[in-house]
Ligand binder design. Structure first.
Ligand SMILES: [Zn+2]
Length: 146
């Protein structure tokens, strides 16, 4: 995929994005903003209050912490050693809610994209590039990013 940024500009953006204490939501928001996408955040009018809403693309993005959302087969989502029953119950409720919210969003005729914490941390650049592609697919045609 062609890159709209020069090498220097890209390094600058990636450096900002990789900031030590940056929350994963911020990483994604900065990235899509830098690519010219405009969004609403934490929009409560949508099921599950998506982290990012892109009205132009009829797309919402959930940025999921692996533990809270019970990411399967994920090293970040292992159960704490105490209060196991409490956490198992809580996390399985979260998973059920996620599935319900995603179904509701589809019923509304919108698309949803899920970004997992572990994937974002391990393959930041790849995950973010794919995200832009997925958003643009939802527009129905490949548009220029400029
Ligand atoms: Zn994970």
């Amino acid at each position: 995929m062609a890159d709209v940024f020069s090498k220097d500009k890209r390094s600058e953006i990636m450096a900002k994005i990789r900031g030590k204490d940056t929350k994963i939501e911020m990483v994604v928001r900065k990235w899509i903003f830098a690519h010219g996408f405009r969004y609403r955040k934490n929009d409560k009018r949508f099921p599950g209050t998506p982290d990012i809403v892109l009205p132009k693309y009829k797309t919402v993005i959930f940025i999921n912490g692996c533990f809270w959302h019970g990411h399967e087969h994920c090293k970040l989502s292992h159960m704490p050693k105490s209060n196991v029953e409490y956490w198992e119950h809580k996390i399985s409720r979260n998973i059920e809610n996620d599935i319900k919210n995603q179904e509701d969003i589809k019923m509304m005729g919108w698309n949803f994209i899920i970004v997992w914490e572990c994937q974002l941390k391990e393959n930041t650049e790849e995950v973010l590039e794919n995200l832009i592609e997925k958003i643009e697919e939802n527009k129905g045609h490949k548009s220029s990013r400029l």
